[in-house]
Design a protein around this ligand. Structure first.
Ligand code: SAM
Length: 309
């Protein structure tokens, strides 16, 4: 049974960021709420964190970063975690190295994958990522589908004037590759905080959602995913991911996070309640003592919008 916090939110999933390093330089990147750090948990430490999480009822693991596939031991990490019998082990990647790893990751026990891929246009890709890896990313998506990672989701951050006119081409590409298209609304971030950036590129999804509602054969609302809408269109699937800085996100949040330097991060949007796991692990804490650290972190989970949740 999962443990619940004071706000009756069961802790079902754990997102482990296994590195801060990345091989692309997306100009809009929010670095996933990660704090800069100089060292990373090794594969045994990641395994141990996952094991204790499993002991307190966590059912799903997502590996993220930075770019998780940049780690040489990524297959070993997945292999170790999959011995713990989670319902689901997923990974978020930019896909550029996925062509090399998809098969062994699937064999190691990875269930599904999200690939961040914003454009089919090589020049736009280079503008966004500062790299020439578009073909590698496309190959990664194709390979992930081929080897049976399911579902493969393509995360497209929609930006006005950059890629918003490509939505339907991207949808076609996804259908051809048996992938779901996730349209992500641009968020304000620390490095692109200024309203100028946001005003220039932010694409309002409302009209698009109205259109999708009209043309969809079916629409589903995913309650524990912030009421995210899933549209079934023309034998394909499109999901729309709205910004996370709102009460609805907090209310339905069932996720803990771990930073690459081994800190439990109870809430995405705050850094004032982190709980160090790595130092205690390195000092020989028992699993029981580590479990207490997880339970403390859960006990101190405080919604960003706590007055409204
Ligand atoms: N390297 C991995 C990847 O590319 O998926 C994981 C890290 S990346 C930061 C995680 C996700 O955050 C990607 O889907 C990316 O598109 C999204 N993201 C980053 N900055 C964003 C922003 N300003 N607004 C919306 N989504 C953003």
């Amino acid at each position: 049974m999962p443990v619940s916090d004071k706000f009756e939110r069961p802790i079902i999933s754990l997102r482990i960021s296994i590195t801060n390093r990345c091989n692309v330089k997306c100009f809009y990147c929010h670095h996933d709420g990660i704090i800069p750090q100089s060292y990373e948990m090794n594969s045994d430490e990641i395994f141990k964190a996952a094991k204790v999480a499993a002991d307190i009822g966590v059912q799903k693991i997502r590996l993220s970063g930075g770019e998780p596939l940049i780690r040489d031991d990524i297959v070993e990490i997945v292999e170790k975690i999959s011995s713990l019998n989670f319902k689901d082990i997923s990974l978020t990647t930019n896909g550029t190295l996925l062509g090399n790893y998809a098969e062994s990751l699937k064999a190691a026990g990875l269930t599904r994958v999200n690939v961040s891929f914003d454009t089919l246009n090589p020049e736009t890709y280079k503008f966004i990522t500062k790299r020439d890896y578009i073909e590698n990313a496309k190959e990664g998506i194709q390979k992930a589908s081929e080897v049976g990672l399911y579902p493969v989701k393509v995360n497209m951050v929609v930006m006005k004037g950059i890629n918003h006119e490509e939505i339907w081409d991207m949808f076609q590409f996804c259908k051809e590759n048996n992938a779901v298209l996730q349209l992500i609304e641009l968020l304000k971030t620390d490095n692109c905080h200024d309203t100028e950036f946001f005003d220039e590129y932010h694409y309002e999804m409302e009209e698009l959602e109205e259109e999708l509602t009209k043309i969809a054969d079916n629409v589903k609302t995913r309650q524990f995913m912030q009421d995210r809408k899933k549209y079934f269109v023309d034998e394909g699937e499109i999901e729309v991911v709205k910004p996370m800085d709102n009460t609805q996100f907090c209310k339905n949040c069932t996720r803990l996070r771990i930073t690459p330097d081994g800190k439990i991060k109870p809430c995405l949007l705050r850094n004032d309640n982190l709980v160090d796991l790595l130092e205690p692990m390195r000092n020989g804490y028992s699993d029981e003592e580590l479990k207490e650290l997880f339970l403390n972190a859960i006990e101190n989970r405080k919604p960003f919008y706590d007055d409204k949740c």
